[in-house]
Design a binder for this molecule. Structure first.
Ligand SMILES: N[C@@H](CCC(=O)N[C@@H](CS)C(=O)NCC(=O)O)C(=O)O
Length: 81
């Protein structure tokens, strides 16, 4: 069974754009739930309470937060290549 993947982001963030570009290139869009923390206050609160900080992008992998765009892209490339 696949993991549940959720990307916490906001559209103007350049680090988020880098991750969104990788998701697009890898054709992984259908497997990842996008949570815009500027539009979804519950998502923003979840990011802070579970992740420990309000920094995006953050990929939740089955509820475990992975911060840092470079680390997220690396993880996605391993998972979807
Ligand atoms: N080194 C991080 C930088 C991420 C970053 O600076 N994100 C900004 C938005 S563009 C942010 O969330 N800043 C709030 C914070 O760091 O607390 C990465 O590559 O993901």
């Amino acid at each position: 069974m696949s993991e549940r993947l959720e990307l916490f982001y906001f559209p103007e963030c350049p680090f988020c754009r880098k991750v969104l570009g990788a998701i697009d290139s890898l054709g992984a869009g259908g497997s990842i739930e996008l949570k815009n923390i500027h539009e979804d206050d519950e998502a923003r609160r979840t990011l802070v309470s579970v992740g420990g900080k309000q920094q995006v992008p953050c990929l939740f992998i089955d509820g475990t937060p992975l911060y840092e765009s470079g680390d997220i892209v690396e993880w996605l490339e391993r998972r979807f290549s």
